[in-house]
Design a protein around this ligand. Structure first.
Ligand code: ATP
Length: 345
């Protein structure tokens, strides 16, 4: 099911949690709403679900205007961070619940409900545990039950709000891979809320990056990572380092020197140069940027080096393959096309 969010605004007691938000969610895709705390991700999800009503704007499910429809009418499957399983029901009863409470006219026969629930437990790799109660499962297993329960009603749209947020890092990573596999097999249109950029990059077909109640950028993980549209997105998706520069005839200068990169057509004046710490190379001589190592520490397989540029006027973080003692002078160059200029405010 395709979902179109059109010019949606949401206020809570006059406080605008969402400004003018528009987003087309494609049928069958897994899209991640990604952003820091308070950026409006959960509010957008709850509006799509029908748990909140927009202050302005409309939400379409396919060609139908769903803005005034109830949660039930929208046929939504939900999974929240804190597994809201029914504690007094077995796993099988939990997964069957959504079908059992349907009005008689649309409720499948009991045998069919059981068959479908067992099939889903098989899909989420919990076959054999159907007679247990939620308290007898691990956190990761409970979230898998929650997903099976959400899928049981054959939802038009599946909404997941930080579903792995309460789990430890290793279980989280496993469930991430697993969710992607389930999605590839079942093909439900899925909206996934997370503030974890690594999770979003690995899982999603597309990312919707949010900040302060606005959508900053929508695109594939590669396009958002490689071509961030704003300093915010650059810094939020992956690591970034920033250097104030100025442009003259398209050449990028730091202080009184050009640094060997250019962007013809950019207006002269102050700009902010953004790059990723690993998109830097050490060079010998040339018109490259010179700096003095302030400190160096190990980060994974490389060294994160703080480099003072222009006599400590600016400090940037770069990644280099070898250790460099404080005080050492180095010259660096930017990998082609791996940096971005944004106008200084
Ligand atoms: P988090 O990652 O912390 O869950 P989020 O990106 O999901 O954050 P929202 O929960 O959508 O953010 O909240 C967006 C803004 O709206 C926040 O400033 C929040 O305080 C406010 N807000 C959300 N729900 C309500 C409410 N029911 N009443 C008043 N303000 C609200």
């Amino acid at each position: 099911m395709e979902v179109r969010v059109q010019n949606v605004r949401k206020e809570f007691d006059r406080f605008p949690a969402l400004h003018d938000v528009s987003l087309d969610i494609r049928s069958g895709e897994l899209i991640a709403l990604l952003g820091p705390s308070g950026s409006g991700k959960t509010t957008l999800l709850r509006l799509i679900a029908g748990l909140e009503r927009p202050t302005a704007g409309r939400i379409f499910f396919g060609d139908t205007d769903a803005s005034e429809k109830s949660v039930q009418e929208r046929n939504i499957g939900f999974v929240f961070q804190h597994y809201a399983l029914f504690r007094h029901m077995t796993i099988l009863e939990n997964v069957s619940f959504g079908l059992k409470v349907r009005p008689r006219s649309t409720r499948p026969p009991a045998g069919e409900i059981r068959r479908r629930a067992m099939e889903l437990l098989d899909l989420v790799q919990l076959a054999g545990l159907e007679k247990r109660y939620p308290s007898q499962l691990s956190g990761g297993q409970r979230q898998r039950v929650a997903l099976a329960r959400a899928l049981a009603i054959e939802p038009g749209v599946l909404l997941l709000d930080e579903p792995f947020g309460a789990l430890d890092a290793q279980v989280r990573r496993e469930l991430r891979k697993w969710l992607r596999e389930i999605h590839d097999r079942t093909g439900h249109t899925t909206v996934f809320v997370t503030h974890d950029q690594e999770e979003a990059l690995e899982l999603a077909d597309r990312l919707c990056v949010m900040s302060q109640g606005r959508i900053e950028q929508v695109g594939s993980p590669d396009s958002v990572y490689d071509d961030p549209s704003s300093p915010f997105v650059f810094g939020f998706i992956g690591e970034s380092s920033e250097l104030p520069v100025h442009l003259e005839n398209g050449d990028v200068w730091v202080g009184d020197r050009p640094i060997g990169i250019s962007q013809p057509g950019t207006v002269a004046g102050q700009q902010r140069l953004f790059f990723r710490p690993h998109d830097i190379e050490l060079v010998e001589g040339g018109a490259a940027l010179a700096g003095v190592v302030a400190s160096s520490r190990r980060v994974g397989g490389t060294r994160r080096v703080e480099l003072d540029i222009g006599g400590a006027a600016h400090r940037v973080e770069i990644d280099l393959p070898f250790d460099h003692p404080a005080g050492e002078r180095t010259q660096i160059a930017f990998r082609p096309k791996r940096w971005r200029l944004f106008p200084a405010a």
